[in-house]
Design a protein around this ligand. Structure first.
Ligand code: NDP
Length: 412
């Protein structure tokens, strides 16, 4: 590319939009689209800022978690995710809803050492200096200590060629990445003065000290006339996700459909949650489903556990205006409560997907909702969409060409 991009970061947002227009031949409408979604807060958050990208937001309803009813903001571009979550939550809500225990939440910072000849000697030394290490970490971020949080303890792990000093930190209501990194780097600097060779100091996203569980129990007859058959099939699909990574990946993708949507709506770092969830899914060496379903007596029981190091403050949470509105809708007051609700959404999403697979198959319900996206993609206007969706719903083998043809027929 030409050198018009050098120094791009120094330009104002307006100058960047003009340059992009000139060099990449954007139409006037395309530039208007960029300009219409420009915001000051966006320009302060990322580099080479151009505009705000929009995603649809909806709310999942019918959720009851630990006896409290929630309306849950979800941001997703995928049709059927919010409908599926609300549908499953309704079934689960009829018998008390989800149970999601509040558990202690710690983040982990890694200070990784190399050229360690004697692991036992190093381990003993680090354990003996635990209080000093914790104090150094807390001095690096005293506001955490002031809130009664901060670095709590250490663990030492022997790795192939390395030793990881894991610093366990209470980050209070934050997700804590920056807090943890600041503390870890302070400990790194001190360890270097003590003669250690340090490879890196950074948090891990495998947040095994911030695990969140959610469970539910559904009377089998609430799954319809063929409830037992559906329940048996759900259990079978759950077992399959425990033994086949190919199935488990899609099983977990369905769970993350819901979890990511809540994470984005609540201003959380969904990549951090994604990476932690998938790493946790392979914790015993084989990639497995994050949730499991069993039949106990007359009930179908579901359980999910995954790392959910979520925040109510920090990062983009205080900056993106809609996040504040979403907090007001969700009415969650602590990060722990947000994790409880999020795990419940993951379990609901999973039930909806497995129930659909166990009965009519995933495509029937999914495609009805996908037709709306298809209609928009082929250019249907607001007044044409419903009619085109109705026409496509009656057809078999619907694809883009069919939708285009049908729209043309409609228009005469
Ligand atoms: P911040 O750096 O924003 O730190 C948390 C902020 O929240 C602090 O300013 C803190 O104030 C304030 N705060 C106010 N009240 C509380 C409270 N009750 N409990 C805790 N903090 C409070 O965010 P995080 O450290 O949470 O880091 C999250 C960000 O880091 C995200 O944007 C994420 O994308 C990013 N990130 C993620 C990485 C990863 O996942 N690997 C790596 C690097 C960054 P005070 O300073 O007074 O304590």
């Amino acid at each position: 590319m030409a050198d018009w991009q050098s120094g791009f970061y120094r330009l104002s947002v307006e100058q960047r939009q003009q340059l992009i227009q000139a060099h990449l031949n954007l139409t006037a409408e395309e530039v208007e689209q960029l300009q219409a979604h420009t915001s000051f807060w966006g320009s302060q958050m990322i580099e080479n800022y151009l505009t705000n990208y929009e995603l649809p937001e909806g709310v999942a309803v019918n959720f009851v978690v630990n006896g409290k009813a929630y309306v849950i903001p979800m941001v997703t571009e995928e049709p059927s995710v919010i409908a599926a979550a609300s549908h499953a939550a309704k079934i689960i809500g009829q018998t008390g809803g989800f149970k999601a225990p509040g558990t202690p939440r710690l983040m982990i910072g890694q200070i990784v050492l190399e050229n360690i000849d004697d692991f036992k000697l190093t381990n003993d030394w680090l354990v003996q200096h635990q209080l000093e290490i914790i104090e150094i970490a807390n001095q690096a971020y005293p506001s955490m200590l002031a809130r009664g949080a901060g670095a709590k303890t250490i663990k030492v792990r022997q790795l192939d060629g390395f030793v990881s000093l894991d610093l366990l930190i209470d980050v209070s209501e934050a997700m804590g990445a920056n807090v943890v990194n600041t503390m870890s780097e302070a400990v790194k600097s001190w360890l270097i003065t003590q003669g250690f060779e340090v490879v890196t100091a950074i948090l891990t996203n495998l947040a095994t000290e911030s695990l969140q569980q959610a469970t539910c129990a559904i009377p089998i007859d609430s799954l319809g006339n063929d409830g037992m058959q559906v329940a048996n099939q759900i259990v079978k699909l759950s077992q399959l996700a425990q033994v086949d990574p190919y199935r488990a990946t899609t099983h977990n993708k369905g769970i993350m459909n819901g979890i990511d949507a809540v994470m984005i709506a609540s201003g959380n770092d969904w990549r951090a949650i994604e990476s932690g969830a998938h790493a946790y899914a392979v914790k015993d060496g084989q990639y497995r489903g994050l949730s499991q379903w069993t039949i106990v007596g007359n009930t179908l029981q579901g359980e999910i556990t995954l790392p959910l190091p979520v925040g109510m403050v920090g990062g983009s949470i205080g900056i993106v205006p809609t996040v504040k509105v979403n907090q007001a809708i969700l009415k969650v007051t602590t990060a722990s409560e947000l994790a409880q609700v999020t795990a419940s959404v993951g379990l609901a999403q999973n039930l909806a997907a497995l129930k659909a697979l166990a009965s009519e198959g995933i495509q029937a319900g999914h495609m009805r909702l996908q037709y709306r996206s298809l209609a928009l993609a082929v250019g249907a206007t607001a007044t044409e969409v419903n009619q085109l969706v109705a026409r496509l719903s009656k057809m078999t083998n619907v694809d883009q060409a069919t939708a285009t043809k049908e729209l043309a027929l409609m228009r005469g």
